[in-house]
Design a protein around this ligand. Sequence first.
Ligand SMILES: O=C(CO)COP(=O)(O)O
Length: 128
Amino acid sequence: MKTRIALIAHDKKKDDMIALASQYKDFLATCELTATGTTGGRLVKEVGLAVDRKHSGPFGGDLQIGSMLVEGGIDCVIFLRDPMTPQPHEPDINALVRACDVHNTPCATNVSSAHLVLAQLQQRAARG
Ligand SMILES: O=C(CO)COP(=O)(O)O
């Protein structure tokens, strides 16, 4: 079964997400990817990945991904949050991260932890 990964980035972290996804592009292309609207749009356009795009974060995208996760449809979340900018949908963000904790789903919220998680998943996929 393909690894199901959610990719989400706040505006000031979107360039980091594009760089990260470009670095792991070959591996990510073998995965089933879901993203919030704007992040997904950039991943499609700038990295060339196939992504199932949900609503934009402030319009419920984090909640849609949280719901998928609760239903068992997401294996790992890469969520590059911006800790320096208040977000109008903070409760949705907290709900998604909480759902990851409740369901013991890996959730990388910064670039270094995203590297660790993606490198590990990539290695695991290579071993078969
Ligand atoms: O706000 C977000 C996550 O909380 C991200 O949403 P977008 O990818 O639509 O910008």
